[in-house]
Design a protein around this ligand. Structure first.
Ligand code: 6PG
Length: 262
């Protein structure tokens, strides 16, 4: 079943990061309580940086049983892990830096080895996801951002076959450098239980309206972000600027009640 998006508009980027932290803690807590372990797919780009900083510190860090979390990435640039453009580096400087203290197992951190080049990195990550998250994967929580063109992860409007035709990871070419990317496919993303988009800034407003179907036009022209329709819950967390072209927003239910870590 592909659910309809829920939209929650926050005052500014700080409130967005706070609301996102509440969602992450709520979803991960419920999943760990239900299954004893949980898979979290991290978003790249710059928007999630403030969220990751929050999760790595008190009180948020203590509200998740991080030892039960398997970490993945939605996409990666084909650069070294310590390159300033690396999505892994951004997460390791913020989220992982704080989580060492609470026992995230290094073996549970499944970064995309972009330094291998796209084709080898795709083979490596596709195999890791199948082995660790299942085939098809059922990620408990996927965090995503969105670009001004409506791309998400590294699925761009010009990406051929973003569904992936059974593949879980594909090589794509970004219109901006670094051009070589690796991305989870829509097929992998849409198997998720929960997807949360984090989008902030006036420059995203047009893409947000298009992605949420509030701009008339040919459905075939819908941006890649519009095609993310997970099995369970789809939540868009927006700041006021990114939401300014939306006709109406639906206030979502309160965040999921976070189970205390076991
Ligand atoms: C990437 C991201 C990409 C990002 C959007 C938004 O590797 O760049 O995966 O999909 O989420 O481009 O980026 P900002 O958060 O920097 O605006």
């Amino acid at each position: 079943m592909n659910v309809e998006p829920l939209v929650r508009v926050l005052e500014d980027s700080a409130a967005l990061a706070e609301a996102a932290a509440e969602e992450v803690v709520g979803v991960l807590g419920a999943a760990v309580a239900a299954r004893g372990k949980v898979s979290l797919v991290l978003a790249g780009g710059s928007t999630p940086r403030e969220l990751y900083r929050r999760l790595a510190g008190s009180p948020w860090r203590e509200r998740v049983d991080w030892g039960a979390v398997e970490l993945y990435w939605g996409d990666e640039r084909c650069v070294a892990a310590d390159d300033p453009a690396s999505n892994y580096r951004m997460a390791s400087e913020t989220l992982l830096a704080g989580l060492e203290a609470v026992g995230v197992e290094p073996a549970a951190v499944h970064r995309i080895a972009g330094e291998l080049g796209a084709e080898e990195a795709v083979r490596d990550y596709d195999r890791t996801v199948r082995e660790m998250a299942g085939d098809p994967p059922r990620f408990d929580l996927v965090l995503l951002g969105m670009g001004e063109d409506g791309h998400t992860a590294s699925l761009f409007p010009a990406t051929v076959d973003p569904e992936g035709s059974g593949r879980l990871a594909i090589a794509t070419v970004a219109p901006v450098a670094p051009h070589e990317r690796v991305s989870l496919t829509l097929g992998a993303l849409n198997g998720a239980e929960t997807v949360v988009f984090l989008v902030a800034g006036a420059d995203k407003a047009e893409a947000v309206a298009r992605a949420l179907g509030q701009v008339s036009g040919d459905p075939a022209d819908a941006p890649p972000a519009a095609r993310v329709r997970p099995r369970g819950r789809l939540l868009w967390l927006l700041d006021r600027e990114a939401a300014r072209l939306l006709r109406a927003t639906i206030d979502v239910a309160p965040p999921m009640a976070a189970e205390a870590p076991r």
